[in-house]
Design a protein around this ligand. Structure first.
Ligand SMILES: Nc1nc2c(ncn2[C@@H]2O[C@H](COP(=O)(O)OP(=O)(O)O)[C@@H](O)[C@H]2O)c(=O)[nH]1
Ligand SMILES: [Mg+2]
Length: 351
């Protein structure tokens, strides 16, 4: 799963990227052409509990990939064209808007106004999608006139509906599309079709006023101080509690970003366990056992026979897989079983 970070120049995109991924990419550079890619792990107490039972060599938390491609840094006028391809493959977008005031960090629009910036970003995404739709429609109209291919005529009609929505100032995601229609336009990578997570970047001095941003243009953003989170992420674990206490904070806000990302992408986690590794695997809600097996390894999907499944609470109550088998809480499920959050999963396969 990949989330693209966007927002105006100097809103704190790279700072937040560093905080999320433990990275050290250079911040403060306007229009930096570098694309930063990194993963953020999701703290999960269930992985810790399972590690306590299996004492594995390695414990792996579910992760989300973040891409900071400097989108928006080229300036508002050009931003619709400046959106790089890196974002087209993203599953969701994270918009950073700036609420912190700092004379040393000039805002490209010369004033700090997170609501305006969010509205501008949304507008730019739709403008860019509209350009994509119009280019494709122009070509299709010619083709349909000559060839009269029904599939192309259907695509043209669907693109017409998408254009209408965009011209009304609504994102592609607000259009009611069948699954098949959504699949047929997936290749266009419409940015306003992607779910959007809003982060308001406040200054260290605004921590007490975070509630002022609890709602922004109808969205419920995650409010955080990115620079403080970046410093915190770079501290050794044993110094973090004291740092948080200095700012009267209970915990880092990054977990909230990652949790909101998971909710936005509608992800569920299942676990694999053993002496080598205890691992959490994120999959989309509705994923069936066969495809869950495939996310672990393609061989497991190819040679899938059955999955042994037990819920996390049932496993903890039994204490071991052997005792769960005795109690009958370890079930055998077929390839169409829909994986639930917290399932412990063992695939029987044969290739
Ligand atoms: N004062 C203050 N500065 C910040 C904050 N967050 C980021 N910055 C600074 O703003 C500048 C731009 O940040 P950066 O992450 O590079 O923004 P980007 O252009 O959106 O990637 C850097 O000098 C950051 O240190 C903040 O919460 N408060
Ligand atoms: Mg940057």
């Amino acid at each position: 799963m990949k989330i693209g970070i966007i927002g105006p120049a100097a809103s704190g995109k790279t700072t937040l990227f560093n905080a999320l991924t433990g990275g050290v990419a250079a911040t403060g550079g306007y229009g930096a052409a570098r694309v930063n890619i990194g993963a953020a792990a999701v703290a999960d107490a269930r992985v810790d509990a399972l590690s306590g039972v299996f004492k594995p060599k390695k414990a792996t938390y579910a992760g989300v990939n973040f891409v900071d491609a400097g989108v928006g840094d080229a300036g508002a006028a050009k931003s619709a064209e400046a959106i790089p391809q890196a974002l087209e493959g993203a599953d969701a977008l994270l918009v950073v808007v700036r609420a912190f005031e700092d004379a040393g960090v000039p805002h490209p629009k010369e004033s700090v106004d997170p609501a305006r910036d969010l509205a501008d970003v949304r507008f730019d995404l739709m403008l860019r999608d509209l350009a994509v739709v119009e280019r494709r429609m122009e070509r299709l109209e010619k083709l349909v006139r000559v060839k009269k291919d029904p599939a192309e005529a259907a695509e043209l009609a669907l693109l017409g509906r998408i254009r209408e929505v965009l011209e009304e100032g609504r994102p592609v995601r607000s259009l009611d599309m069948s699954e098949e229609e959504a699949r047929s336009v997936k290749g266009f990578g419409f940015l306003s079709a992607k779910p959007l997570l809003v982060v308001v970047n406040i200054g260290e001095d605004q921590l007490g006023e975070a509630d002022a941003f609890a709602k922004l243009n109808g969205e419920t953003p995650v409010v955080l101080a990115a620079r403080l989170e970046e410093e915190l992420a770079q501290l050794p674990a044993d110094e973090r509690a004291a740092f948080l206490a200095d700012y009267d904070l209970e915990s880092s806000a990054l977990d909230k970003v990652v949790q909101a990302s998971f909710a936005l992408l509608d992800l569920r986690c299942f676990f694999t366990v053993g002496e080598d590794e205890v691992r959490s695997w994120p999959v989309r809600a509705g994923t069936v056992a066969l495809h869950a097996a495939g996310t672990i390894h393609s061989d497991l999907e190819r040679g899938f026979i059955r999955a042994e499944v037990i819920s996390f609470p049932d496993f903890m109550a039994a204490g071991s897989l052997a005792s769960a088998r005795d109690r009958g809480t370890l079930r055998l499920e077929g390839k169409d079983y829909v994986v639930k959050d917290g399932d412990i999963f063992h695939v029987r396969f044969n290739v």
